[in-house]
Design a protein around this ligand. Structure first.
Ligand SMILES: Cc1cc2nc3c(=O)[nH]c(=O)nc-3n(C[C@H](O)[C@H](O)[C@H](O)COP(=O)(O)OP(=O)(O)OC[C@H]3O[C@@H](n4cnc5c(N)ncnc54)[C@H](O)[C@@H]3O)c2cc1C
Length: 461
């Protein structure tokens, strides 16, 4: 009997195992399916915490609705009735000691019309005139593998990028814009430049794509994002699920692989899915050449701090759903989401719940990562007082430290992943890479990649 071991019970591993389990049942296959997860609970970076009437997403908080609609995992798992959408609202940038609205009709801070550029309060008149060169500057030097930062600066000028686009975009993609490629961030901007000669004109011509959602850009579930994890788990009836069980070593044998587990047992497997972060994967196989292939992959860090209050969330600026910090010398946090405003289901009473993000790209992060929970909370309270004028004592809080847990997709990313895949294919057939370290960090990307990985194993068997 063949054995498939999935290492890692995050959404990627669960999606892979769901497809394998379905295939096993539908085709009466005599295979052994095992999922090993080092933590006590499944879900990885999807973790919902319930505290004093508040629903707190310690990791991911939502799924891009457009991507979820294009796939059918919500219907397949029977979760349609539980879906909730974000409340539409405006975002601010905190700069020069005040909150300034990100102009309407912009996408990740990029003006989607000339009017949007004209009305920006974040950029000077000179900066706006410079940005108009988008209309008359041809692309004769960039490919999709070039840096998105250089690309935007070339066509919009430095000021618009620095003051309006970079604070938003580098927050969304967790990295410095000069280190991220066009292909891994916003490839359609390149296509707009090619097709319409201008990025702004491209947005104007494609307005329907951006406006059709009516502001419902993200979705979650009314009882929390871990509904997705529970739904997968409930459907794994033909799978042995080993929680609190870490895979510690993989060795090649004559007929497959021997995997040592932290519970002292070992397991023989024909196929292994590495649905774990790249540094955890590299540590499993004692092969220096393979480890060297993993070396260029890097992670960044993030600390998430939630503060919940006994005050109504109507205290906050009307219509807003949060802010991003433009200048690192003004606040210690990179961004703040007004969670109870954006996601009504997160606060039973309608009282205020906010989430502050502290990223390793911030100069203050080196000292933050040495701090205990109490000091971190003090930092968060100071940021809230300065930015929103809130001085009340919080009723509840939740601090989550995601140190070295956020994959960074550097310009060399595609080549690095291809090199690891190729070495695994040659030296370790049957071992498959999967998940956020390699094939996209968004939850839909992880689900799709998990399913595709299962498909390859099924084809192989
Ligand atoms: C703070 C934060 C906010 C985010 N926000 C969003 C968002 O709003 N929307 C979105 O789409 N995405 C978001 N993401 C990204 C998304 O959550 C992740 O990319 C995705 O959940 C990763 O899933 P995964 O299964 O690939 O990896 P993981 O979730 O990292 O799962 C890997 C699992 O493997 C386990 N493991 C590790 N080593 C071993 C071992 N040796 N043996 C056994 N088990 C092991 C870990 O415990 C973990 O459970 C966010 C991520 C973070 C950290």
């Amino acid at each position: 009997m063949k054995t498939v071991l999935v290492i890692g019970g995050g959404v990627t591993g669960l999606s892979a195992m769901y497809e394998l389990n379905k295939w096993k049942k539908e085709n009466n296959q005599d295979i052994r399916l095992v999922l090993a997860e080092s933590a006590e609970q499944l879900g990885g970076k999807i973790r919902t915490v319930r505290k004093g009437g508040f629903l707190i997403e310690a990791g991911a908080d939502s799924i891009v609705a457009r991507k979820a609609d294009a796939m059918n995992f919500i219907q397949e798992l029977g979760l349609e009735e539980e879906v909730v959408y974000n409340a539409a609202g405006r975002s601010y940038i905190y700069t020069d000691g005040e909150l300034k609205l990100i102009p309407a009709d912009s996408v990740f801070g990029i003006p989607a019309s000339v009017e949007s550029l004209a009305k920006s309060t974040l950029v000077s008149a000179e900066g706006k005139v410079e940005a108009l060169k988008d209309f008359y500057t041809k692309n004769d030097r960039f490919t999709k593998n070039d840096s998105i930062g250089d690309f935007l600066e070339h066509f919009f000028g430095k000021e618009l990028v620095e003051k309006q686009i970079a604070p938003v975009l580098s927050g969304v993609y967790s990295g410095n814009l000069s280190d991220l490629t066009i292909a891994s961030t916003l490839p359609h901007l390149f296509d707009y430049k090619e097709k319409y000669g201008s990025i702004i004109r491209g947005f104007e011509e494609n307005k329907k794509v951006f406006q059709s959602s009516g502001g419902k850009k993200f979705l979650s579930f009314n009882k929390g994002l871990d509904t997705l994890i529970d739904a997968y788990e409930e459907r794994l009836d033909g799978t042995e699920i080993l929680k609190s069980t870490q895979a510690v070593k993989i060795e090649k044998t004559d007929c497959g692989y021997k995997v040592d587990l932290s519970n002292g047992e070992s397991l023989e497997a024909d196929h292994i899915v590495l649905g774990i972060p790249h540094n955890a994967a590299a540590a499993l196989i004692d092969d220096q050449e393979l480890k060297a292939e993993f070396e260029p992959l890097k992670n960044s860090s993030l600390i998430s701090i939630y503060l919940a209050y006994d005050i109504p969330d109507s205290e906050l600026p009307e219509d807003g759903t949060g802010f991003i910090t433009a200048n690192t010398d003004e606040l210690t946090c990179n961004a703040c989401t007004w969670t109870s405003r954006k996601w009504k289901h997160t606060s039973e009473s309608g009282n205020l719940l906010v989430r502050l993000f502290y990223k390793s790209s911030h100069p203050a992060f080196a000292s933050l990562k040495e701090m205990g929970e109490e000091e971190l909370l003090k930092t968060a309270l100071a940021d809230l007082e300065k930015s929103l004028g809130i001085t009340a004592e919080p009723a509840a809080s939740e601090v989550t430290n995601w140190t070295e847990k956020m994959p960074n997709y550097l310009i060399s990313h595609p080549e690095t992943v291809a090199a690891i895949e190729s070495r695994l294919g040659r030296e370790y057939p049957g071992i498959w890479l999967a998940g956020c370290s390699y094939y996209g960090v968004g939850i839909p990307d992880c689900i799709e990649n998990g399913a595709e990985t299962a498909g390859k194993i099924i084809e192989d068997m």
